[in-house]
Design a protein around this ligand. Structure first.
Ligand code: BG6
Length: 364
């Protein structure tokens, strides 16, 4: 039931603070500055042994997997990457015994992801699930996992489940980090940051009117770029995905650093760029690339942190509260959901049920 909301997507965007609270409930261990993930069914010795992490999912779950891979690499210093589940299962992958495989899925029924899990199990791989729907096929196939507890999600474009995927990956990264080299002090710092998330998300969604105004302008362009680098890049990919799914505008994501190696040729007054610019060690380099865009009269919308003075003539500036740098992708993603929502709404599209797409694809 969407209650007084015009669309499920908006309802689900606004439910995120509560959804994140549910995902964190009972999982933060303040005594040892780590997290409790009983559903993993993995003791500390096992958790220490993995030398690689491979994440599999489809669509937005795959982009969440890219965010997750960065969390795990940064927090636990274990090499990690994400791959679309359908590609993985068709390329006869080498299964390694010291790799932790992670299947990510809101529905737990996506066929490509399910078959990838089955193929992994058949070859003796260790697979855990980050799944929202309790008791779903993928959850049952996995050797344990982390339930997302986002609550039922109806809109085809994933919002609260996607955010909780990021949250669950952060929990996994902290867990794998704290059985390795993350110090108690760093554990405490990260836990505190996790606890701040719900309120920080509240403050981002409270900026809806401004975001709707920006979205109305972006929606006029036939084509857009979303750019970001390192932590910002999977955010840009998810932002572009969401924008194209429901607004039917062409949106493409690039690493900001790659602009000068090709895509810059397209930048001009008719091609807006949404740039993800966290307040991190790459800030100055990012700003340099943004000047390349404005110098070509490319309309620029920057998503950055509160209090950052970019010194770039950006048409629009959207800010989010500062988290700990490792966790930046999580909050930076939220305004992009709201931009996509209002772009689609202003264009009069069926926001909750975009053409040609299904909430979960349970066939080959
Ligand atoms: C797609 C949906 O087909 O499946 C996407 O349209 C979704 O929104 C993807 O991200 C994966 O779904 P799930 O349920 O496995 O997370």
């Amino acid at each position: 039931d969407k209650g007084s909301h015009e669309h499920f997507m908006r309802k689900e965007i606004l439910e995120q603070p509560e959804a994140v609270r549910r995902c964190l409930r009972g999982r933060l261990d303040e005594r040892f500055h780590t997290v409790r993930l009983g559903g993993l069914e993995m003791d500390a010795r096992e958790a220490r042994e993995f030398r690689r992490v491979k994440i599999l999912g489809c669509g937005s779950a795959y982009y969440a997997g890219q965010v997750g891979a960065q969390f795990i690499e940064e927090l636990a210093r274990i090499p990690a990457d994400a791959e679309p589940a359908s590609e993985f299962r068709y390329r006869n992958p080498v299964i390694e015994k010291d790799t932790l495989y992670v299947a990510v899925s809101q529905s737990g029924e996506t066929y490509d992801t399910l078959v990838a899990v089955q193929e992994l199990k058949r070859k003796g791989g260790r697979v855990i699930g980050l799944v929202n729907v309790v008791g779903s096929s993928i959850a049952r196939e996995c050797d344990g996992g982390i339930y997302l507890h986002a609550g039922p999600e109806v809109a085809v474009a994933s919002t609260k489940a996607l955010t909780n995927m990021d949250v669950a990956f952060a929990l996994l990264g902290i867990h794998l980090g704290r059985v390795r080299d993350v110090s108690p002090a760093d554990g405490r710092r990260l836990l505190a940051a996790m606890q701040r998330l719900p309120e920080q998300i509240e403050s981002i969604v409270a900026d809806e009117e401004h975001l709707a105004d920006v979205a109305t302008r972006l929606a006029q362009a036939p084509s857009l770029f979303f750019v970001g680098r390192t932590r910002g890049y999977p955010v840009a990919r998810e932002g572009a995905q969401k924008f194209k799914e429901i607004s039917y505008r062409h949106a493409e994501a690039y690493q900001t650093s790659e602009l000068k190696h090709g895509p810059l040729a397209l930048v001009g007054p008719n091609l807006p760029t949404v740039a993800i610019v966290p307040d991190d060690e790459l800030l100055e380099r990012n700003v340099g690339a943004l000047h390349e865009i404005t110098a070509r009269s490319g309309p620029l919308c920057v998503v950055t942190h509160d209090g950052v003075d970019l010194g770039v003539p950006a048409k629009d500036v959207i800010t989010v509260p500062k988290s700990e740098p490792e966790l930046d992708p999580l909050l930076l993603t939220i305004p992009l959901q709201i931009l996509a929502y209002h772009a689609a709404r202003t264009l009069g599209h069926d926001v909750d049920k975009p053409r040609n797409l299904a909430k979960s694809v349970t066939v080959e």
